[in-house]
Design a protein around this ligand. Sequence first.
Ligand code: ATP
Ligand code: MG
Length: 427
Amino acid sequence: MNFKRPRGTADILPEDQPYWGHVYDVARNVANQFGYRRIDTPIFEDTNLFERGVGNETDIVQKEMYSFEDHGGDSITLRPEGTASVCRAYIENGLHNLPQPVRMYYAAAMFRYERPQAGRVRQFHQFGVEAIGDSSPEVDAEIIELGWKYIADLGIKNVTLRINSLGDSEGREDYISDLEKYFFGVADRLPKIDRDRLNRAPLRVLDSKAKETQALADAAPKSVDYISGEAKEHWDALLVLLDSLEEIYPEFSYKVDHRLVRGLDYYNRTVFEFEPADAGSQGTLIAGGRYDPLMGILGGQETPAIGFAAGLERLILELKKQELPVNSSKGPEIVVVTLGDAGAAGAALASGLRAANVSTVLAPKRSMKAQMRYANSQNAANVVILGDREVATGVASVKSLAEGGGQSEVSLDVTSIAEHVRADGDQ
Ligand code: ATP
Ligand code: MG
């Protein structure tokens, strides 16, 4: 029998874990810096949550969900994104009773049935943040700053930020109708895929990946020309706040992009994306926006909210592409090498060291040379060599594997060995 992992999934092997450790560590740190606290929700939810909360017209609900009936006959879906679940949890747990806004983050696996390619897989991972319960533009700027700081703290360079405003539902109707008029007028120059989009979701024609559509989309009506009242004030205030971020973070900059829309139905007002300057179609690293209508759609009280989701696979691809160093995983402080009949004494020493919180691995019983090779392969800091003579005399050989590291005779007890390697490591 020959088992393979499912298409679009990955085994994250130990050698790749330093990259994952890096994207998770930096996510946690930056979230804490901004006062966002972690939330975990179930990996699967009631299918209806996503049909309602992501939107029936979206690619996600139309063709990307992993849905199944469980043994009780309920329709269950592996979560394709995090926002609907966080909002469900906010409503279900009465988080509107907390002082608002509630700032939360998650880092978790998501599932979408897509055509796998570089940066697009079926089980992928997102770091997402949500600020719920505050409609002010300061929060939009804060979320964008957080996304920026995350990428900067990861060490990734040359990322562009594009923003747009979709306005509120009032202005939207006029806008969409003018947009449709415009695109129908040039429909004979659109590729088939975009003619279909035009009928289903006219906004999505704007972010088409087809060159011929992009040229036409550049001249299309702009949603910011249709926003008015509070939505317009909000947008103007956000631009001022972003301008001041440009002064605080020397490398921060943004571009207003009239073609930027989001694939999820519930966004209003601010939308934004971070992508590498030389991005292809799998380029977007972080995508986010305001989703004030969503709580109401899910049956909660109307509650303004904004957030983003960062794709961790894509960030790791970018880390590798830019050849950024990540801390390689640390090996054990000690590998115990045993010779002759010292096996049992070696095992006891390893246990004693671990009980004293010194990370210790026992080398497999082979030749001295093979055990030393093993210790090196584990990135160990030291080896303790134990043969019949060492056991008899009560003195072990401790050898540092650091460059130019020496060898010393140390009394064969846990305290002496622990002290010796710790003193060595501190130098
Ligand atoms: P795309 O247009 O690339 O399909 P999307 O609009 O579907 O993206 P979102 O739902 O906004 O993506 O998800 C936010 C981020 O999550 C994306 O910008 C990307 O970094 C990441 N992401 C989304 N889908 C995948 C996937 N299938 N594999 C890997 N990362 C993904
Ligand atoms: Mg998608």
